[in-house]
Design a protein around this ligand. Sequence first.
Ligand code: BDR
Ligand code: CA
Length: 309
Amino acid sequence: MSRLPIIIDTDPGQDDAAALWLALAHRDRLDLTFVATVAGNVGLDLTTANALRILDAAERPDMPVHRGADRPLVYDLEIADYISGPDGLAGAGLPLSSRAAHEEHAVDALIAALRAAPAPGLTLCPLGPLTNLALAFRLAPELLPRVERIVTMGGAIGLGNVTPAAEFNVYVDPHAAAIVYGCGRPIVMFGLGVTLQALASHDQIARFRDLGRCGRSLHGMLTRPRPGGFGTDGHPMHDLCVIAWLLWPELFSGRDCFVDVECAAGPQRGRTTIDWNGRTRRAPNAHVIATVEARDLFERVLEAFARLP
Ligand code: BDR
Ligand code: CA
């Protein structure tokens, strides 16, 4: 089986870490070209440092990390350190890396990778605000056909998590999300409707602790004390779903829909309005995932993490 070339664009973030490790555990199937960072859960310096810490834990000093956008396109940056902790990786117990990020900006690296992409192109996996992708698509629209697919965590069918209307990633940079959802390439969307189902069971969480460094670190992040969190019942691993879908799409189900992004300031900012029942008759711009078989998902994730350091 040939390996799928992917780029992960990320703002680590605990669930971003889980997604990165899952991709690294499946080198046999996923060809991770590089990691791009963006400001989101915490500021860009921290998300970049965290990407390096996560790669170090997996013993992948060869994997380039490219720093991307340090703020959204229009709005001021709002972070989620009240969820992810002051450094973005609360509970991980990972040391700082001695490695530095690559000197090339993530947006330039994305454009260069698309230019060099073999047919049918690259799969982009954004796990944070969509700022880097939007900038690349605006700077080099002629390369859009080289994007095979965008598989992304963001948005919600129902209620939001950062406001009643909006999920964090889309709320932070709705203008970027609107550009990406309007880009015309295939999109697979993982909103809160599905990712809040992606909870490991109590016994599965405990089994991560008995694995290697990455499993132990994930256990620490899953069970860290957190205001409004679930304690030893774990926390949702939103971004993990993106990589899991690339590996095991049979665990998920969804529907092609038209997704509209609200950019205006106010109570609806960042809302994704999903035309689940085709009321608007607008052509679908995304495949919206709605369900996941969570127990099977985490059994497979445990098997994958058993292969990591
Ligand atoms: C999303 O926001 C971030 O805090 C998480 O990493 C995830 O990408 C969930 O709303
Ligand atoms: Ca994220």
